[in-house]
Write a protein that binds this ligand. Structure first.
Ligand SMILES: [Zn+2]
Length: 79
C-alpha cells in the first residue's frame, strides 16, 4: 500500500498518507531510555482500509540491527 499507493482491498488509488504526530497514539516505544518512533498511516479514502508503517529513522535502524534475530542466509544454498 505504501509502495504502490493502491488499496489492497478495493484497488482504489485514492490512498492518503497521514503523517505521525508526536503524540503517544502515533508512537511506539522500543529499547530503553524512552526511545520512541513515529507511525505514518496510509488510509484508503474509498473503503477506509488503513495500514500503519513505522518511520524508519537512522536511530531506529541502528537499534533494530542489534536486535534482529540471527537468520541464516538463504541465498547460500547453491554449491
Ligand atoms: Zn480501499
Amino acid at each position: 500500500m505504501k509502495a504502490t499507493n493502491t488499496c489492497p482491498k478495493c484497488q482504489s488509488r485514492k490512498v492518503v498518507m497521514v503523517k505521525g504526530k508526536s503524540s503517544t497514539t502515533h508512537k511506539f516505544w522500543y529499547g530503553s531510555w524512552g526511545r520512541s518512533e513515529k507511525y505514518n498511516r496510509y488510509v484508503c479514502t474509498r473503503c477506509g482500509f488503513s495500514e500503519t508503517y513505522a518511520v524508519l529513522s537512522d536511530k531506529f535502524i541502528k537499534w533494530a540491527n542489534k536486535n534482529l534475530p540471527e537468520i541464516p542466509e538463504e541465498d547460500n544454498d547453491f554449491v
